[in-house]
Design a protein around this ligand. Structure first.
Ligand code: SF4
Ligand code: SF4
Ligand code: FES
Length: 369
């Protein structure tokens, strides 16, 4: 399905700027709020702006409330019930992702009732789950694995003869595969395509235990931001074809970096395996890219693995001489003396794709002449 006004590659940059301008503040509380609300979470006192959600306030208390459908970059859905917590004086367990803080509130995430509620949610999520972690690309960074290990039942109460629901793998788009048997129907992918990408090609099809994520009959998951659904998926249900079977999560080293695909400078994490970049993922920065990156930046990493990249400054000694690798001190001395010799006529042409730090450094270099 093609919607009028669809965001094209060249509009991605402006689209990301729009996202930043539209950062929802309700879940973190109004930035203008002068009124702080005091509450206690697992015995830790915190003060947060009025309107903050309990799940976000808990982070300030150093408590990660288990959750699946909640994501700070998406509208609140409140449907998975994984974030059940005990709130004093409330008649029953509440979901931390859709409950706002109140003065004097006392929240317990580890009470027997809260833990039992979440254990029940996990048990239901696992009824039809294939539990194929050994061959699942998400294993090692899977929130279903992590929370089940943390607070799920040690063993199933279902008969080994129970025939689990089965649906075949679907090809959703140029880089996205859908494995419905692993899907926990959190709808993060649906909400991303609808509310962030503004191209609602995904939906929840069927109902009850037959429900799965459907794709519009004429649609493809080929939006320039489509790859974000893979990062958003808390389990191994949406997979990147590019990353498929390249590495296990525990083999990866991570380095914080900046995307050089355009002048937006989205914050990214480079995942490397044995010093080879195998994956680029967004790193959250609410002022620049919020929680997302475009697919152009995501796929723009192969050049980093080329063996012929320049790894040290090169200087040419003497006219027409060979280029020699040197250290930065000699390189800067040479550049400074050449620039000074230019008699104030030097200009710097610097790529807008360079990091802010690199651009600042060039400016300082010229200022210091
Ligand atoms: S989605 Fe998670 S729990 Fe399910 S098979 Fe993959 S790693 Fe295991
Ligand atoms: S595919 Fe992933 S993100 Fe989408 S609903 Fe299923 S579990 Fe959630
Ligand atoms: S994370 Fe709160 S209901 Fe899903």
């Amino acid at each position: 399905m093609r919607r009028p006004g669809r965001v094209r590659d060249q509009e991605v940059q402006e689209g990301i700027r729009r996202l930043c301008r539209g950062t929802p503040q309700a879940r973190h509380g109004s930035l203008m709020a002068d009124e702080l609300v005091n509450l206690t979470i697992d015995g830790v006192a915190v003060s947060v702006p009025k309107g903050t959600l309990v799940i976000e306030a808990a982070k300030q208390a150093g408590v990660l409330v288990p959750h699946y459908c909640y994501h700070p970059g998406l509208p609140v859905a409140g449907l998975c019930r994984m974030c059940l917590v005990d709130i004093e004086k409330a008649p029953k367990l509440q979901i931390a992702c859709a409950t706002q803080v109140a003065e004097g509130m006392v929240v317990r995430t580890q009470s027997p009732q809260a833990k039992s509620g979440r254990m029940g949610v996990l048990e239901l999520l696992l009824i039809n789950h294939p539990l194929d972690c050994p061959i699942c690309d998400q294993a090692g960074e899977c929130e279903l694995q992590d929370f089940t290990f943390q607070e799920g039942r040690p063993a199933t109460r279902y008969s080994p003869d129970y025939a689990k629901r089965f649906n075949p793998v679907e090809d959703f788009g140029p880089d996205v595969l859908y494995v419905p048997n692993r899907c926990i129907l959190c709808t993060r992918c649906v909400r991303f395509m609808e509310d962030v990408a503004k191209e609602p090609v995904l939906n929840v099809s069927e109902r009850g235990d037959r429900a799965y994520i459907g794709i519009h009959s004429e649609g493809r998951l080929d939006h320039p931001w489509a790859g974000n659904v893979v990062d958003l998926c808390p389990v191994g249900s949406l997979l990147s074809k590019d990353f498929l079977h390249k590495a296990r999560a525990w083999e990866l080293d991570k380095a914080a970096s900046i995307c050089t695909g355009c002048s937006q400078g989205c914050n990214v994490t480079l995942d490397t395996r044995e010093n080879v970049v195998v994956r680029v993922r967004p790193r959250s920065n609410l002022e620049v890219n919020r929680y997302f990156i475009c697919d152009h930046g995501r796929m723009n990493y192969r050049w980093m693995n080329r063996g012929d990249r320049i790894e040290a400054p090169l200087v040419r000694r003497g006219r027409g001489g060979e280029l020699h690798a040197t250290d930065w001190d000699e390189a800067f001395d040479l550049v400074t003396s050449r620039l000074r010799g230019a008699g104030g006529k030097a200009v710097a042409l610097v790529s807008p794709k360079a990091s802010t730090e690199a651009l600042y450094f060039v400016r300082e270099l010229f200022r210091g002449l």
